[in-house]
Ligand binder design. Structure first.
Ligand SMILES: [Fe+2]
Ligand SMILES: [Fe+2]
Length: 133
């Protein structure tokens, strides 16, 4: 498991989306760092809560762009967001209630999900928005 490095492979070229993706990756990296540095449950919990909340904020922004532009893939993209947001919220709740730990496979799942989602669904959306502009 590594921190996610921002580079051109993640760039959609839609300024607002890219700006939020950078913040999202920063939030993931902060969680990674808190775990790696052996921070206490409270601090790890805070970074996890922030990542979960920011993920939802970001999804809403993209969904707003989809709705306003009449993006044809909106329904599928929204469902993919909802599925991940639900998993992230459940993890965050369970961790903060002391019912689960954040394991390496969980971090790897989040990392892969973010990268894959940006490169597939978000690239497709950005391309559509760019083409319309
Ligand atoms: Fe998305
Ligand atoms: Fe996104």
């Amino acid at each position: 498991m590594a921190m996610i490095t921002w580079d051109v492979r993640l760039e959609t070229r839609h300024p607002q989306i890219d700006e939020q993706h950078k913040a999202l990756i920063q939030a993931f990296n902060n969680l990674h760092l808190a775990m790696k540095q052996g921070k206490g449950k409270d601090e790890v919990g805070r970074t996890l809560t922030f990542l979960t909340d920011y993920t939802k904020t970001h999804f809403r922004m993209e969904e707003d762009l989809m709705a306003r532009s009449g993006y044809p893939g909106a329904k599928e993209h929204r469902e993919i967001h909802a599925d991940f947001a639900g998993k992230a919220q459940a993890l965050s709740d369970q961790f903060n209630e002391g019912k689960t730990l954040i394991t390496l496979p969980v971090m790897t799942f989040i990392e892969n999900w973010l990268v894959d989602h940006i490169q597939r669904e978000d690239f497709r959306l950005a391309q559509f928005l760019g083409g319309k502009a």
